[in-house]
Design a protein around this ligand. Structure first.
Ligand code: SF4
Ligand code: SF4
Length: 726
C-alpha cells in the first residue's frame, strides 16, 4: 500500500505494528507457531544447512523475533512478490590479500567430488566444479592450457582457491590440502599459482562456461540454466543421477558446473520448444529432476537463483504442505490482491513451468548467439537515454515473432520506435562487445541495419563524397573558418544559435559547439624532422586533426605538438603530402555506407603503401578511434591491398608515445594532476593501461573516472544526430 519502513529507525518498528496490524499479526502468529513446533522449526533449520532459495526465506521466521525484521529478511530472494526494497546496507565478504589457485584434474566427476570434503576441511575458500562437457565447450579459448584439451573423455576439474590475509596462513592451508592429495586420485600433481594473471585466467575459464555453451547452442533453441544443491557428501552420487537423466531425455549437450564447496551446482540444457512433444519431454525431465533432488537427496531445487515461475510448481514438493501454507499466508497478508509479481514463487498452477515459454527464434547471425545475460548493459552509452545492447537484440527477436505471427500492426509500431531508440541512438562504438561473453558487437548489427536501410541514391551520394573527400575537408575547414569569424564579430554563441535554428529546418544539420575553433594551420604537412635519427616513422594526421586540431590561444595545434614531442624524442618524422583526400573511413562505416567505406579504405592503403615506402616505416595515427578503424579495415580491401595491409604497421598514437617516445624522454616538468578518459577505441585495442602509464610518466597524479565510457559522438555522428551524445 505504499508504506515505507526502515529497519534502521527504531520508531518504524512501532509504526509497523500500528500501521500494518494485519501483516504484523500474521507474521507474529506464524513465528509463535514455529516456536511451539520444534519438529517444524528443526526441519527449517536443517533445510538451510545447505544453500536454499526455494520459496520465501522462511529461516527469517526462526532467526528473528520482531515481525519487521522477519519481513525485511523474507524480502531477500522474494523476487518483488512482497515489497520493493528501496535501500540496503550490505555486509560484504573480505577480499583477502594472498591467494593461491590451482586447476585440479580428475579421471571422472565422482572422483572430483570426493576431493571436496578434504578441500573444505583444509580451508579452501572456493572449489568450483567443471564437468568434461563444460571443458569441451571452452576448448577454443585462446591460451587454454593444453592439458585441458588432452583430458580423457570422462574427466572433470576443480578450480580451487585458498585465500588468507597473511602468506603464512595461506601456505599452511595449501600444505594441509597437499597432504591429503595422495588419497585423491588426481590425474596430474597439483600446481598452485599466486600469479594474478594466471589466477584471472583460471577464473575466466570457469566464468566462460555458461556463455560458451549458450553461444554454441542450435539456433532457435532456448537456454535453461538450473541451480540445485545437495549435501556435499552426496554430491558425486547426485551428479551421476543427473547425468543419467540428461542421457535418458537426450539433452546431449548438457553441462554441469558450479560451486562444489557448497554442494551447489548448475546444469545447463538447451531444449528446442518448437513442438508439444519437446515441451512434454522437458516437463518429464523436470519432474524427474525434482524427484532426484527432493526425494532422493533432500536437496534444494534452488540454491542461489530465484524460484521464479519454472520452480514455482515444485515449492510445495520441496517444503511440504505445512511450510508452503505458511508462505501463502505471508503472501496473502502482504499482497492480498496478488498484485506484486503474480505467479512467481506462489503459483497454484502445477504446469506453469511449461506455459508461456520464452522462445528465441532464429533472427540473424549477430542476434542468435545472444543469451540475454545482460553483461553488456552497463557499458552502453545509450542505456539511460533509450535502450541497451541486450534490448536492441531482444526487440529484434520480438519483431521476428510478430512477423511469424503475422502481426503487422504491432510490427510496424515497434519497427518505427526501433528507428530512434535502437538505431539512431546507438553510438556503434562496440563497447558492448568488450563485456559480452560471446563477443557480440551490437554496434555491428546496427551498422548492418543502417547499411540495409540506405537507398541506392544515398549510397551513390556517399560514394561521391568519398571520391571528393579532399574537397569536403577543405569545405569543412572553410566553414569552420567562416564560423569562427562570425563568432568573433557577433559574439561567441552566434554559430551555436544559427546552427540550432537551421537544425529545425534541416534535421541532420551539424551543431556548432562552444569548443569548436578555427581550423588549424597545416604547416606540418609534407614536413620532415630529425632526418638523421636512427628511428623513423610516417605521421598520418587524421582528417579530424586537420579540421579540428586547433588549440586555444596561440598554443601549438595537435599536429605541431606531435612533431615537437617526436623531435624531443629524437625520432625522425615524415608527414606525407598525400594525406589529402583520404581518411580512416570511419565516417562512412559508422553510417553504413558500404561502397564509400570500401572506396575510402582502399584509397587509404594505396596512399600509405606509398608513404611507408612499401611497409618499411611504421605509420602513426594521431586519433585512436581512427587507428582502430584502420586496424580493422582489412575485410574491405582488394586482394592487392590486403597483401599491402599485412606488410604495413599501423601504430595508434598511444602505442607510439608509450613504446617509442616515453623510453626516450624524461619528464622534466611533471604536471600536477591530470584526469584521463580512455576512449572506447583504447578499451577495444586493450591499450588503456598504456595510456594511464603514459599519464603517470608525465603527471604526479592521474585520475581515471571509474565509469569513463563512451564519449557519445559515434565518430562524427554526434554533431548531426541527437542521441548518445546527449
Ligand atoms: S549481447 Fe549482451 S545480453 Fe547478449 S550475450 Fe552478449 S552480453 Fe549477454
Ligand atoms: S555499440 Fe555502443 S551504443 Fe551501440 S549497443 Fe553497443 S555499447 Fe550501446
Amino acid at each position: 500500500d505504499g508504506k515505507t519502513f526502515n529497519t534502521e529507525t527504531q520508531d518504524d518498528y512501532r509504526r509497523f505494528e500500528a500501521e500494518c496490524p494485519g501483516i504484523y499479526q500474521t507474521i507474529a502468529s506464524i513465528r509463535e507457531r514455529l516456536h511451539a513446533d520444534t519438529a517444524l522449526r528443526d526441519r527449517i533449520r536443517k533445510k538451510y544447512q545447505i544453500k536454499n532459495t526455494v520459496g520465501y526465506s522462511v529461516n527469517a521466521l526462526v532467526d528473528f523475533e520482531h515481525p519487521l525484521d522477519i519481513l525485511a529478511h523474507l524480502l531477500v530472494g522474494a523476487e518483488g512478490t512482497l515489497a520493493f526494497i528501496s535501500e540496503t546496507v550490505m555486509h560484504t565478504v573480505p577480499d583477502y590479500l594472498f591467494k593461491s589457485t590451482s586447476l585440479l584434474y580428475f579421471p571422472d566427476i565422482f572422483t572430483a567430488c570426493r576431493a571436496i570434503v578434504p578441500l573444505n576441511d583444509s580451508g579452501a575458500r572456493a572449489v568450483e566444479l567443471m564437468d568434461r562437457a563444460s571443458l569441451y565447450a571452452i576448448e577454443n579459448m585462446p591460451n587454454l592450457p593444453a592439458v585441458i584439451r588432452e583430458l580423457p573423455g570422462n574427466a572433470a576439474a576443480l578450480l580451487v582457491e585458498f585465500q588468507e590475509n597473511t602468506y603464512i596462513e595461506l601456505e599452511e592451508k595449501v600444505n594441509s590440502f597437499l597432504q591429503a592429495v595422495p588419497a585423491l586420485s588426481l590425474l596430474h600433481a597439483p600446481v598452485f599459482t599466486s600469479n594474478p594473471k594466471e589466477q584471472e585466467y583460471f577464473w575466466k575459464v570457469r566464468k566462460g562456461l555458461f556463455p560458451s555453451v549458450g553461444a554454441v547452442r542450435v539456433s532457435g533453441s532456448t537456454v535453461i540454466l538450473e541451480d540445485v544443491a545437495f549435501p556435499v557428501e552426496k554430491l558425486g552420487d547426485a551428479i551421476l543421477d543427473l547425468q543419467g537423466l540428461f542421457k535418458k531425455y537426450e539433452y546431449n549437450n548438457a553441462i554441469i558446473f558450479g560451486h562444489a564447496r557448497d554442494g551447489n551446482i548448475h546444469f545447463l540444457i538447451t531444449p528446442e520448444f518448437n513442438s508439444p512433444a519437446e515441451v512434454t519431454r522437458y516437463d518429464y525431465f523436470m519432474q524427474e529432476v525434482v524427484d532426484v533432488v527432493v526425494n532422493k537427496y533432500d536437496g534444494a531445487l534452488k540454491a542461489e537463483h530465484g524460484t521464479g515461475r519454472n520452480m514455482a510448481p515444485f515449492v510445495e514438493t520441496e517444503w511440504g504442505g505445512e511450510v508452503y501454507d505458511l508462505m501463502k499466508q505471508i503472501k496473502y497478508a502482504v499482497d492480498p490482491n496478488n498484485l506484486l509479481n503474480p505467479g512467481v514463487i506462489i503459483n497454484e498452477d502445477k504446469n506453469v513451468h511449461i506455459k508461456d515459454i520464452k522462445l528465441l527464434p532464429t533472427v540473424e547471425h549477430e542476434v542468435d548467439k545472444c543469451i540475454e545475460c545482460g553483461y553488456c548493459e552497463h557499458k552502453c552509452p545509450s542505456r539511460n537515454i533509450t535502450t541497451t545492447p541486450r534490448r536492441r537484440i531482444v526487440i529484434r527477436r520480438e519483431l521476428k515473432k510478430m512477423e511469424i505471427r503475422g502481426d503487422k500492426v504491432n510490427h510496424k509500431i515497434l519497427s518505427d520506435q526501433y528507428q530512434y531508440d535502437g538505431m539512431d541512438t546507438c553510438a556503434v562504438d562496440g563497447l558492448c562487445a568488450t563485456a559480452c561473453p560471446v563477443d557480440i558487437n551490437t554496434g555491428e548489427l546496427i551498422k548492418r541495419l543502417r547499411r540495409e536501410s540506405h537507398s541506392p541514391f544515398a549510397n551513390k551520394t556517399a560514394l561521391l563524397v568519398a571520391k571528393n573527400f579532399g574537397l569536403m575537408v577543405w569545405g569543412a575547414r572553410f566553414a569552420l573558418k567562416a564560423g569562427s569569424i562570425m563568432n568573433k564579430l557577433f559574439g561567441r554563441r552566434t554559430m551555436s544559435r544559427i546552427t540550432k535554428g537551421m537544425k529545425s529546418l534541416i534535421p541532420d544539420m551539424p551543431l556548432w559547439t562552444d569548443q569548436i575553433l578555427a581550423p588549424p594551420s597545416l604547416s606540418v604537412i609534407n614536413k620532415q624532422i630529425n632526418n638523421t635519427a636512427t628511428e623513423k616513422i610516417i605521421y598520418y594526421p587524421s582528417c579530424i586533426s586537420r579540421m579540428l586540431g586547433s588549440n586555444v590561444g596561440d598554443k601549438k595545434n595537435l599536429m605541431e605538438v606531435f612533431m615537437s614531442v617526436s623531435k624531443k624524442a629524437g625520432i625522425e618524422v615524415e608527414v606525407p603530402q598525400n594525406v589529402f583526400g583520404s581518411c580512416c573511413s570511419q565516417i562512412f562505416s559508422s553510417k553504413g555506407y558500404s561502397d564509400a567505406n570500401k572506396y575510402m579504405a582502399n584509397v587509404f592503403i594505396d596512399k600509405m603503401w606509398e608513404a611507408s615506402k612499401q611497409g618499411t616505416y611504421k605509420i602513426v595515427i594521431d586519433v585512436s578511434s581512427c587507428a582502430y578503424s584502420i586496424k580493422n579495415m582489412r575485410y574491405n580491401l582488394t586482394d592487392e591491398n590486403k597483401a599491402r595491409f599485412d606488410k604495413i604497421t599501423i601504430l595508434d598514437c598511444v602505442d607510439y608515445l608509450h613504446d617509442m617516445v616515453m623510453p626516450r624522454q624524461q619528464a622534466v616538468n611533471k604536471r600536477g594532476s591530470v584526469m584521463v578518459h580512455p576512449v572506447c577505441s583504447l578499451q577495444k585495442m586493450n591499450t588503456q593501461d598504456k595510456f594511464v602509464q603514459l599519464a603517470n610518466h608525465y603527471a604526479e597524479k592521474v585520475t581515471v573516472p571509474k565509469h569513463a565510457g563512451c564519449c557519445g559522438m559515434a565518430g562524427d555522428r554526434g554533431f548531426g544526430k541527437e542521441g548518445s551524445n546527449r
